[in-house]
Structure formats: C-alpha cells, structure tokens
Ligand binder design. Structure first.
Ligand code: FA5
Length: 350
C-alpha cells in the first residue's frame, strides 16, 4: 500500500512535469492546473485520501505529497510567467506600432490676430477706466435701428445692408436680424444702468455685403460709450487720440472728418494714414491715402430720451471701431478676407 502511493506520487510528478514542458498557451496551462492541482485533481485526491492511511504512511505520503504540490505550484507560476512574457513579445512583434519610433508632435494652436488685437484694445480702454460688456449677435430691429433714431422706413437704414432672421414676435411686430453694428448694445446698457457710464462692448457684427479687400460680411466691432454730466467733443477726441497713440504709436497720423450717423450729433469718422502708401493713395486705401477705422460722435439727445436720460442733464459720446482694420494697419495685411479663410499659412504668422 505504502509503495503504491509513493509510486502514484512519482507517476503524477513525472507525468505532470512532462506535460508541462509541452504546454504553449495559458488555456492549456489552466487545464493542466485543474488536472493536477484542481479540486478534483489527481494530486489533490491523493492528499485528500491521507486520512484513510495508517499513521506512519500518512506522515510519509503527506510530506511527499505536499512537497510535490509545492513543486507543481512553483512550476505552474514559472510557466505562467514565461507564457505571459512570450505572449507580450509576440503581440508587440505582430502589431504595426513601433513603440521605439518617436511620437507625433501635437500641433499647438495660437491666438487669432483678431483676438490678439481685441485683447490689446480692451486693455487700453480698461486702463482709461472703461468696463467691458458683451451682448447678443441676434438682435431686435428696435435695438439695432429704432432706438438709434432710425424708425421704420428711415433712409439711413440703407447704410447697413442687413441680414434678417426669419422670426417675429407673436404679433409679427418685432423683426429680428443679425446685428449690423454693436451700437444696439449702447441702448441695452443704458436701459440697465444710470450715468456715469464708461463702457466698451466688443463683438461680431454681420452685413449683407459684397466683400472686397476692406469689407467682410462678418467682422468685429468695439462699441464705446461714455455718458456723464458735462461730456464734450473734446473728451471724445482726447479719448480716441489717446487710444490711437497707445495702439499705433506716436508717429501715426489720425484724421477726424465729419460724418453722419443718425444716433450721434455731430458725427465723425476717424481714419489712420494708409500703411502701404502713407497718405499718397493706393489700391489698398482705394486711392484715399487713409483707412477708416471707426465712426463716432456725441450721443444724440433722442437716443438719451429713448432710454429715459434727460439730455439737458447728461451728454456723452460713442464710437464704433472696425476691429480687423487695426491689425491690417499694424501688420500691413492687404485683404480683410484673409482673417476668416482658415488658411494656416496666414494664421501662423501671428
Ligand atoms: C457703424 O457701424 C456705427 N455703428 C459706428 C458708430 C458707433 C458711429 C457709435 C457713431 C457712434 P460703420 O458702418 O461706419 O458705422 O462701421 C464702423 C467701422 O466698422 C468702420 O469704420 C470700419 O472700420 C468697420 N467696417 C464697416 N463695414 C465693414 C465691413 N464690411 N468689413 C469690415 N469692417 C467694416
């Protein structure tokens, strides 16, 4: 009986080790484990039967059996390790990824020239005590035109080729549009606040426009508004001169000329000498020698009345800067359409 169990253990050992040598994958290895070391495995059976054996044999077979169990468990884990390693190497060899190649570099974006200039413009006005506020790009007709002294049918509405939105209120009375300028924000702001006011309001505006080198159908404006007791045209000129000097430097020439906007009286347009011809006249400035960058003026008394301010107490000025015209002047960009073409060759230069 004693010899029989010893021989059984020897058989299990030689058979298990022999089979283990032939195993090449983890699934077969698991079957091997179940065969010898599993709950009903051959070695487990021998160990379970120990209690049936006479005491002297039980000790001998128990000790041999447990040694064999440890041996098989150790061989099992060694084999498992080597199979996993081989599996990993095979996968690396088969895969098309060469982990030793340097990775692709991620293309970093950069700030758009319009954003860059907008930040500079905001900083300059902030340094002069102006706050910065944004508003909606889809606007009511009443804010875009009516409150700005352009009732329905007013010929000055033709100054802004408008993109209408197919929407009115339930009475069909409040037509909607893509704002043609940032001036409606003046009204929205004044409705909410009492003077004194010093604010700039940047944002996108839209015009149904045939584009050319200086005209886009979507562009940015920066609206400015200052309302207080005793504000005069001298304050407007001083503010805009200071702005132009800070942005373009002391040497740049600035021109003020009379202009008409229904919501200011008097109105002006401000131009900077052309960066290409410096005032001589060329194709970029349309032969004029100057590039208009903004419209401005003293806020019209009717506009003040509309928002409930008393024009006998308060006066103020407003301006609307065409933002893209500024980087055009600063960097010598000769076509505004380059800004929004998404051509990386252009955008990478800033
Ligand atoms: C206005 O839009 C007025 N709201 C400005 C204003 C505000 C006047 C407050 C008085 C008081 P205008 O249409 O001229 O005005 O446009 C203002 C600036 O926007 C222009 O000086 C120009 O720099 C720029 N601009 C006008 N049209 C275009 C366009 N199609 N593409 C690019 N820039 C434009």
């Amino acid at each position: 009986m004693g010899t029989e169990n010893t021989q059984k253990l020897e058989r299990i050992q030689s058979e298990a080790l022999e089979k283990l040598d032939t195993i090449n994958d983890l699934k077969d290895l698991e079957n091997w484990r179940v065969t010898y070391l599993g709950r009903k495995g051959t070695l487990t059976q021998v160990l379970r039967g120990l209690s049936q054996l006479p005491i002297e044999e039980r000790r001998d077979i128990g000790s041999r059996g447990n040694q064999l169990k440890s041996l098989l468990e150790q061989k099992l884990s060694e084999k498992e390790e080597s199979l996993k390693q081989a599996d990993l190497e095979r996968k690396l060899e088969e895969s098309s990824i060469d982990v030793t190649l340097p990775g692709y570099s991620i293309q970093l974006g950069r700030t758009h020239p319009t954003t860059k200039i907008l930040r500079q413009v905001c900083d300059i006005f902030a340094s002069m005590g102006f706050e910065i506020v944004e508003g909606p790009e889809v606007e009511w007709d009443s804010y875009n035109f009516e409150a700005l002294n352009m009732p329905k049918g007013h010929p000055a509405r033709d100054m802004w080729d408008t993109m209408w939105v197919d929407y009115t209120d339930e009475n069909g009375e409040r037509p909607m549009l893509l704002r043609t300028h940032t001036s409606p924000m003046e009204i929205r702001f004044m409705e909410r606040r009492d003077p004194p006011i010093r604010v700039i309001m940047p944002g996108k505006v839209y015009r149904y426009e045939a584009t050319d080198a200086t005209h886009e159908s979507m562009f940015y404006q920066v609206e400015g508004l200052a309302i207080d007791k005793g504000i005069t045209m001298a304050d407007l000129k001083g503010t805009l001169y200071e702005f132009a000097r800070k942005l373009f430097g002391e040497d740049r020439k600035i021109r003020f000329r009379c202009d008409y906007f229904p919501f200011v009286e008097p109105g002006v347009e401000v131009a900077i000498d052309c960066f290409v011809c410096h005032g001589e006249g060329c194709s970029v400035c349309g032969g004029d020698g100057w590039i208009e960058i903004l419209g401005a003026g003293m806020t019209h008394p009717d506009v003040l009345r509309w928002v409930g301010y008393d024009p006998d107490v308060y006066t103020g000025f407003a301006f609307g800067i065409g933002l893209e015209r500024i980087p055009m002047l600063m960097y010598g960009i000769d076509d505004i359409r380059l800004f929004y073409n998404n051509d990386m060759r252009f955008l990478k230069q800033f």
